[in-house]
Write a protein that binds this ligand. Structure first.
Ligand code: SF4
Length: 415
């Protein structure tokens, strides 16, 4: 065995022992794992960690719709191809009524149970516009989970209104908001933020919004945008800062790492495109370090469905969702589809040897596919009658009990 191979094998054993003993990995472990050459062994280790922490054979997805109400943004992140100035060609801002009616129309055509709403930080609207939007959506889609706004947008609302984070979040919650999206985290390092998003709030503010949201009973998501100017140390630091907040609040539902897309952005075009190996490595290291976040998503919009399917063997347990009409990544050159069907997501999950489970935002289960036959079992009540009557319901199908760290199991009710 060469010296390098010997070192790798020793590292693997050290990390494996820690995981088996339920011990926490540290920054040095995270960095060493990033440099680990044997990708398949790294994936196996991440899967082992996922299973030891309660994860089962399930892989989740949600039937959702992504909407953007405005692309007008004051921040001008260098990696963003979505944002526009108010007078720039292609700029748009929908009124609350327009957005709600578009969402309702989309729901009538193709029912969904989660609305994912993110926007540019538009300096030409006020906080009342946001409140009116949430109220209009709540009225238009009474049974749909409203997952609206990133922590960065909450910070923006606080700036334009003069209200505290708690006041902004409290009012939005009262209007109908149920959870926050995970955007805006980027990489927490001040050095990196200055280079890629100098107009964005500091990491401390992003973390504080999430802390306050969790304190108010609003669950949130967390993300990492990587593959630009950050170092591996800065990625590991980012993950550990998320982990520290989760220790405090336990309010993150899932972690979503995504590689940057550079087309049409103001980042250096010579930055090498993120490789599939880096994507899989990042999923695995995230799963290993984030021992207190229940779910790691393989975000197919950024990485493509085939690679997301492989990521299910590197510690990921969620493919996000049907999505509907993604614009942010596609403005930056993503060549992936903009939406998926439930059948296609389920087929890819099953082909990866996992059990497809359709969930809601809070990981309550709606439907579970039979691992061996092409049948589906209803395991929870659909909100808004989100039910595909064309699927075969087999009452004999035995549902495997829900497992997974922190998954809140639904009242099982075959409706
Ligand atoms: S990433 Fe978000 S905050 Fe940054 S410029 Fe784009 S829309 Fe604005």
């Amino acid at each position: 065995m060469s010296i390098a191979a010997g070192r790798e094998s020793a590292l693997l054993e050290t990390v494996r022992e820690k995981i088996e003993a339920g011990k926490r990995l540290d920054a040095a472990d995270g960095l060493a794992l990033y440099g680990f050459g044997d990708l398949l062994a790294l994936g196996e280790l991440a899967e082992r960690a996922r299973q030891l922490r309660g994860g089962g054979d399930e892989a989740y997805f949600v039937r959702n719709l992504t909407l953007n109400q405005t692309n007008v943004c004051r921040v001008k992140c260098r990696f963003c191809a979505f944002a526009r100035s108010a007078r720039e060609e292609g700029a748009y801002t929908l009124s609350p009524a327009e957005l709600a009616s578009e969402a309702k129309r989309a729901h009538e055509l193709e029912p969904f149970n989660e609305l994912h709403l993110v926007n540019g930080e538009n300096p030409h609207v006020d906080f009342a516009w946001y409140l009116e939007t949430v109220r209009a959506l709540r009225e238009a889609l009474p049974g749909v989970h409203l997952k609206c706004y990133s922590a960065s947008e909450i910070h923006h609302m606080s700036m334009i209104s003069g209200l505290s984070y708690a006041q902004v979040l409290g009012e939005l919650k009262e209007a109908g908001l149920e959870s926050l999206t995970g955007g805006g985290a980027e990489i927490f390092s001040a050095r990196v933020r200055k280079l890629i998003a100098p107009g964005k709030e500091p990491a401390e503010a992003w973390l504080e919004v999430n802390r306050v949201a969790h304190g108010l009973g609003i669950p949130t998501h967390c993300t990492m945008l990587y593959g630009h100017v950050e170092t591996l140390e800065e990625r590991v630091d980012h993950l550990l800062r998320l982990r520290a907040l989760q220790d405090e609040t336990n309010g993150f539902l899932a972690f979503v790492p995504f590689a940057v897309h550079l087309e049409n952005t103001r980042l250096d075009p010579d930055i090498p495109t993120t490789t599939a190996v880096d994507v899989l490595r990042t999923i695995a290291v995230s799963r290993l370090l984030l021992d207190n976040v229940a779910h790691v998503k393989a975000y197919w919009i950024a990485m493509g469905l085939p690679l997301a399917q492989v990521a299910l063997h590197f510690g990921a347990d969620d493919l996000q969702g049907t999505v509907g009409r993604e614009q942010v990544f596609h403005a930056a050159g993503a060549r992936t589809e903009t939406e998926q069907t439930v059948d296609r997501l389920a087929r890819y999950i099953r082909a990866a040897g996992r059990i497809p489970v359709e969930r809601d935002t809070l990981y309550n289960e709606f439907r579970r596919w039979n691992p061996v036959s092409d049948t589906v079992q209803e395991v929870g009540r659909m909100s808004m009658g989100v039910r595909d009557e064309s699927v075969t319901i087999d009452p004999q199908t035995i549902a495997v009990p829900a497992r997974g760290v922190g998954i809140r199991s639904a009242e099982k009710e075959v409706s």
